[in-house]
Design a protein around this ligand. Structure first.
Ligand code: PAZ
Length: 311
């Protein structure tokens, strides 16, 4: 595995990097002045590892962005300013509630020739209104910034840029790293320029992506409250791997989950303890999302962390 310094030295930033950096800078400057404003960076969705420079094929993963997009809404409800760093075409806060044709089904046409209008079906107002109100409130208070990425390299560039802007918030900054970032990639110098031809079975050799939590915790945002996520498919590894990560990177919390049960069970692993959040079937049927108690717990810990720092 190459070092993270080597990664940035050998991989170009995404083409819209400067624009996004300016947006991040502006958003953070606007909120920095208010001493009572907490801010969270949420990463969400998977990353691709391209196999060609002119990318036709890539290695991807399962992540839909449900965790990150739902959490963003709950952080807004807890009065955080939210930077939502998400994989292009993965779920986003507010629009995540409507998939496929669901949104169109909520509308009706009031026929009047050229003056026809559209309105929300009366039986859909109850669903749409609260979501729209919360979305508008986030927009009007300028508390939600969307920044998107596709490849693991784009993600790493944007993550570092976001951290640079978050560092001045010190303890008020919370990093909630829910994205499923590829552990493997093809370095740019080893990638063919054009589409791999199907004249023979290709030999693709993947390298390890450098572990970015190390510089992030120790140098980029050393005073922030950093929460990482750990996904496993083997339950017997979950807690041990989470503890290993806490010891290695020295951050505050790992939220551990298993692929198949991630929507109703997580374990919050801190250096001294672990705490399970488990949704009952009734809670899940009544519409409670696990991100609501997760975010309540994380914001409480963030608050305690800030208060402890003042003493
Ligand atoms: O995006 P999603 O809701 O489908 O899944 C969420 C998740 C499992 C990607 C997230 O909870 C997580 O564990 N992220 C970190 C994955 C890892 O790198 O171990």
């Amino acid at each position: 595995m190459g070092s993270w310094e080597e990664f940035y030295a050998t991989h170009l930033p995404p083409s819209d990097f400067e624009d996004n950096r300016q947006l991040l800078k502006q958003f953070c400057e606007n909120h920095l002045k208010d001493q009572s404003q907490n801010i969270v960076l949420i990463t969400s969705g998977g990353t691709i590892a391209p196999l060609e420079h002119n990318t036709v094929r890539f290695v991807d993963n399962f992540s839909a962005g449900s965790r990150g997009s739902a959490s963003a809404e709950y952080f807004l409800e807890n009065n955080y300013a939210v930077i939502f760093l998400f994989r292009t075409k993965s779920l986003e806060p507010f629009t995540r509630h409507f998939s496929g044709q669901q949104f169109l089904d909520m509308l009706e046409i009031n026929e009047n020739g050229e003056n026809s209008t559209i309105s929300v079906r009366p039986d859909s107002t109850d669903v749409l209104l609260p979501i729209l109100q919360k979305y508008k409130q986030a927009q009007e208070t300028n508390r939600l910034l969307y920044v998107n990425f596709t490849s693991v390299s784009d993600y790493l560039w944007l993550l570092r840029a976001a951290c640079e802007c978050l560092a001045p918030f010190e303890k008020r900054a919370l990093l909630y790293l829910a994205a499923a970032v590829s552990d493997f990639y093809v370095p740019e110098e080893d990638m063919p320029k054009h589409k791999i031809q199907s004249t023979g079975a290709p030999k693709i050799s993947l390298e390890l992506v450098p572990k970015i939590l190390k510089p992030l915790v120790s140098s980029w945002v050393p005073q922030a409250f950093v929460v990482s996520f750990k996904l496993e498919t083997d339950d017997s590894l979950l807690i041990a791997k989470s503890r290993e990560s806490l010891i290695k990177y020295n951050h505050k919390l790992v939220i551990a989950n298993i692929l198949q049960t991630r929507k109703h069970r997580v374990v919050l692993v801190s250096p001294n303890a672990s705490h399970e959040i488990l949704l009952t079937k009734d809670q899940a049927h009544s519409g409670l999302e696990i991100e609501e108690p997760i975010v309540a717990d994380v914001t409480r810990r963030h608050e305690e962390f800030q208060v402890a720092g003042e003493q």
